[in-house]
Design a protein around this ligand. Structure first.
Ligand SMILES: *[C@@H]1O[C@H](CO)[C@@H](O)[C@H](O)[C@H]1NC(C)=O
Ligand SMILES: *[C@@H]1O[C@H](CO)[C@@H](O)[C@H](O)[C@H]1NC(C)=O
Ligand SMILES: *[C@@H]1O[C@H](CO)[C@@H](O)[C@H](O)[C@H]1NC(C)=O
Ligand SMILES: CC(=O)N[C@H]1CO[C@H](CO)[C@@H](O)[C@@H]1O
Ligand SMILES: CC(=O)N[C@H]1CO[C@H](CO)[C@@H](O)[C@@H]1O
Length: 924
């Protein structure tokens, strides 16, 4: 199946996709775009993964500083109350949830408040006076996602095609999460500014897709046999096991089925770090002689937790870890040794939690461990030795897959899944993925409950259910595993549908139908409410059969309705127009609008709220951009100061006669001091102003030093003038040369009776479309050059007495301008030459083609003529006098050319004046 990847790459021009593996601790992202083949999006420090943290701090001037990912790590330890990380477990959770108190107990100093815009939602209060600088969990995720997008855009700077289309995104999510959690991811992606959300991909599904996409099968492997595999994912926050199967069918298609999951939402790397933290706290309490219930200040606690995390990593390789923290408490240092035995011992009760997800995933599927072909380990914490040891004991060493690059497989698989969503090519049929829900979805209608989608229902399912005869008020509640999460109240159904009537035949009765969907993101929703006329007679049609039966197959009824329709077609066309009070027939299902839902626990973000957040982000982004610009300008100013100081030191002797060195030095010192102490609240423009001030001094010194080595005497200036004039001559003779080679070509064309002007226009266009207008550029620099040369000419013609009165500086400026202009002209001349050669080449190539074509045409004409003559002889007709006309045209054109050539000669005589630009323009 390796070829699937190859195929994706072939069809890439269609999409630029970002596949994101957002973890509790680390985030990874993969890019797929034209020219970018499943590449990991690197951080600025070129790391393949980034911390899922963000530091948000106030600055002195009231600005707000946001630092993302690994770059925020040290800030997070120093300012824990301004650091938000590991919020994955809080997405879709409400303020009252235990997850929040658990979270706060390990995120020292962070303050959570209830969102006043949204009942039950969690917000982080980071101590800003501006209330809009408190951030909800969705906003925190969105900021991270936005930063990923910016980084992707930056990476694609040289790939404008891809850059223009980075709007497709997919993100991996834990497979067990609730509807509210799924909604939180979707809301975050939306406010992060991704225009096209390709979906939420269950982490297990992503890894399985990546695994399956990398399998290679030979003909004999397509044996119709289902093979089971397991993914074991121990991340920072949770542990998950996903059972899946791959069946290679003999028709050379392959099916990947997600079978079941097992999970522990609270056990993972962070729980293990926490266990080490507990050991360290104990050691610290006893070594410092503190009370049992002494609470460490947030910063000390954050440092200790950082130490615990390091210890956990080191203990994966070493048998002990020496921790040393300076001035942790009251200026006292803390030193401790922690051994792998201690680590394992404190987790002895957790050992069962390591393997339980695997047993849970197998439970009820009839699959035993022996039937597993392989177990793919992923997630950072599955590398911990005692975790591996424990897994090997349960599963057998040979079953644990070693070859898979599991660390990035979730991000890769997410991207592949997104690509499949984006493109529904036929190759998707060769590799079918069947994902399913791991929850039960039920509905209650006016208190009566029934199941809609059971655990195991494939994602992307729809069900239409007959709710029975019309009832005036409907209360529809949606449940997930028996937990009510979303409700609708539809009132006055009878009134709303009173204008609709069924057929006169009493056998027809109005009934109400509800449609529910489980979309590809596994979001369960109530999508349609309809009224339809159903014929009595079939058993149970007039009863409510909520619990009981199959949804009514309304298509069965449709043909009868349609028969009637043909006779009363106007009525059916207008049946959905409910604004009219006129009685109408219900011939097809008629929709009733669904009111806004109520949410018993957490409400999703509303549209207006999303808009407010979007504009807040815009504001913050613009401040960030301003700050970056400010920093750059500050650095430039500082560099300019030191450069000027060096320049003064270097040339002090030579310049001290011409200008006041002391004033210059003072300016430098003042500026440096201002930069250091007084510039905090200054706007960008002030820095730029100061840079200009420094730059002026800089240029002055440069001029003086250069002046002393430049020959500014009358003789020197005259030499320069002569050089300039000779270049002018060169340009003119080049122009003439070009002109005459063009004339030659024109004559060649004319001689063959070809239309030169038409070709000329075409070639001009062709050259123009290839890039900038070279002629325009030349015009501009030539004009400037002429002016300068004339000015210099006037100066050197002055009497020596007057010449000596001109300020040296003025002469120098003229000198500088002239030499610069000469360099420019020489460059232009080269460019002009190249462009002319190219043009001549085009003319000549075209000429040959045209002549060839003309010959062929003449030959055909001749044949025709001969035939006509032969015919004419019979009928006695005179041949057409075509040849004469051609000759006439030719003479006319030759005359014209001669005139032009003459005109050019006249110009050439006019020796100093450069060739008339008009002609240059026209001819070149
Ligand atoms: C291949 O065979 C499987 C199993 O019989 C079937 O489900 C699938 O639709 C077939 N695929 C094609 C493309 O025929
Ligand atoms: C149906 O509606 C159309 C306009 O939507 C109207 O022109 C037509 O008269 C209506 N017919 C009946 C039977 O109401
Ligand atoms: C508060 O933040 C918002 C951005 O959401 C900004 O528009 C507003 O100007 C800020 N208010 C103050 C007083 O800075
Ligand atoms: C015109 C026509 O076909 N009318 C039929 C509409 O449907 C009713 C009920 O089935 C029939 O009785 C009518 O004859
Ligand atoms: C039952 C019903 O509305 N029948 C109508 C069908 O359309 C004709 C005109 O085409 C009306 O006369 C009937 O009343």
């Amino acid at each position: 199946m390796k070829f699937f990847i190859a195929f994706y790459l072939l069809t890439l021009s269609l999409a630029a996709i970002l596949g994101i593996d957002y973890g509790q601790q680390f985030t990874k992202a993969v890019m797929l775009a034209p020219g970018v083949q499943f590449e990991i999006l690197l951080t600025e420090e070129a790391r393949r993964k980034d911390l899922s943290s963000i530091s948000i701090r106030p600055e002195k001037n009231g600005e707000i500083e946001r630092v993302y990912g690994s770059a925020a790590q040290s800030l997070c330890t120093r300012f824990p109350h301004h650091c938000i990380g590991g919020i994955k477990s809080l997405l879709g959770k409400s303020f009252q949830d235990r997850d929040l108190s658990d979270y706060l107990s390990t995120h020292f100093g962070l303050k959570a408040i209830e969102d006043e815009d949204r009942t039950n939602a969690i917000k982080f209060d980071l101590g800003f006076a501006n209330q809009s600088f408190a951030f909800s969990v969705e906003e925190v995720l969105a900021m991270t996602l936005k930063e990923l997008k910016n980084r992707a855009l930056k990476n694609l700077d040289e790939n404008p095609v891809a850059k223009a289309i980075v709007d497709d995104v997919a993100i991996s999510v834990p497979p067990y999460i609730t509807q509210e959690q799924r909604q939180a991811y979707i809301d975050a992606l939306e406010i992060a500014g991704y225009k096209n959300i390709l979906g939420l991909v269950d982490e297990g599904t992503a890894v399985a897709i990546n695994y399956a996409s990398n399998q290679k099968y030979e003909q004999k492997d397509y044996d119709n046999k289902k093979k089971f595999h397991m993914i074991y994912d121990m991340g920072a926050g949770s542990t998950k096991a996903t059972l899946f199967s791959i069946t290679p069918f003999s028709n050379l298609t392959t099916k990947l089925e997600l079978e079941n999951i097992g999970f522990d939402v609270a056990f993972g790397g962070q729980a293990l770090t926490q266990s080490i933290y507990n050991i360290l706290i104990e050691k610290l309490t006893s070594s410092f002689g503190l009370d049992e219930d002494f609470e460490l200040p947030p910063r000390a606690a954050a440092r200790l937790l950082e130490g615990a995390e390091k210890a956990k990593i080191i203990l994966s390789a070493n048998s002990d870890y020496h921790l040393s923290l300076e001035s942790i408490l009251d200026e006292k240092d803390f030193k401790a040794v922690i051994t792998r035995e201690e680590f394992e011992e404190i987790n002895i009760d957790n050992m069962v939690r390591i393997t339980k997800p695997i047993m849970d995933a197998l439970h009820g599927t009839g699959v035993s461990i022996n039937e597993l072909q392989s177990v793919i380990l992923t997630g950072g914490s599955s590398r911990i030795p005692f975790v591996q040891k424990h897994l090997a004991t349960l599963l057998g060493e040979q079953r644990i897959a070693k070859t898979v690059n599991a660390d990035e497989s979730c991000a890769l698989g997410t991207t592949i899944k997104a690509f499949r969503e984006k493109t529904s090519f036929s190759f998707n049929k060769d590799f079918v993925v069947e994902d399913k829900t791991y929850h039960n979805y039920e509905v209650s209608v006016n208190g009566e409950e029934f199941s809609v989608f059971e655990k195991g229902t494939p994602a992307d399912s729809t069900k239409r259910i007959n709710l029975g005869e019309l009832i005036d008020d409907l209360s529809i509640e949606l449940f997930e595993d028996g937990r009510y999460f979303k409700g609708y109240t539809v009132e006055n159904v009878l009134d709303k549908t009173s204008s609709l009537t069924c057929n006169d035949d009493k056998a027809y009765k109005k009934q109400i139908f509800a449609t529910f969907t489980l979309d590809s993101n596994k979001i369960f929703s109530f999508t349609k409410l309809e009224v339809e006329c159903i014929k009595e007679g079939k058993d149970g049609f007039f009863k409510k059969f909520l619990n009981k039966e199959e949804p009514v197959d309304f298509e069965e009824e449709a043909p009868e309705a349609e028969e009637n329709e043909s006779t009363n077609s106007t009525a059916s066309v207008n049946a959905t127009d409910s604004s009219s009070r006129k009685s109408r027939k219900v011939l097809r299902p008629v929709s009733i609008s669904i009111p806004r839902p109520q949410y018993p626990s957490l409400k999703p973000m509303s549209r207006p709220l999303k808009q407010r957040v979007t504009s807040k982000f815009k504001y913050l982004d613009s401040r960030d951009e301003y700050k970056i610009a400010l920093d750059n300008t500050k650095n430039r100013l500082e560099a300019a100061c030191y450069q000027l100081r060096n320049l003064i030191d270097e040339h002090e002797e030579r310049i001290s006669d011409e200008l006041s060195v002391d004033n210059f030095r003072e300016l430098v010192s003042e500026t440096i001091e201002w930069l250091e102490f007084d510039s905090d609240d200054s706007p960008l423009s002030e820095f730029e102003d100061k840079i200009r001030q420094i730059q002026i001094r800089h240029d002055e010194i440069h001029a003086i030093t250069k002046m002393s080595t430049t020959d500014l005497s009358l003789e020197g200036m005259t030499k320069l003038y002569e050089e300039g004039s000779s270049i002018m001559m060169k340009i003119q003779s080049k122009m003439l040369e070009f002109g005459s080679s063009i004339s030659e070509i024109r004559q060649k064309y004319d001689k063959e009776g070809l239309d030169f002007d038409k070709e000329n226009d075409r070639i001009k266009l062709q050259l123009l479309s290839k890039g900038e207008d070279k002629m325009m550029r030349l015009d501009r620099s030539l004009g400037k050059y002429k002016d300068l040369l004339t000015q210099l000419g006037e100066t050197v013609q002055l009497n020596e007495k007057y010449f000596n009165k001109i300020a040296k500086r003025e002469l120098f400026d003229t000198y500088e301008a002239m030499t610069e202009s000469i360099v420019q002209m020489l460059a232009d001349l080269v460019m002009l030459d190249e462009s002319h050669q190219e043009r001549m080449q085009l003319f000549n190539t075209k000429f040959e083609k045209l002549v060839e074509r003309k010959k062929q045409k003449e030959f055909r004409e001749k044949l025709k003529q001969e035939k006509a003559n032969a015919d004419g002889e019979k009928q006695g007709e005179v041949p057409i006098q075509e040849d004469e006309d051609v000759e006439h045209e030719q003479t006319e054109q030759t005359e014209q050319t001669e005139q032009e050539t003459q005109q050019q000669d006249n110009n050439a005589e006019n020796s100093f004046e450069p060739v008339d630009e008009e002609i240059v323009h026209d001819e070149l």
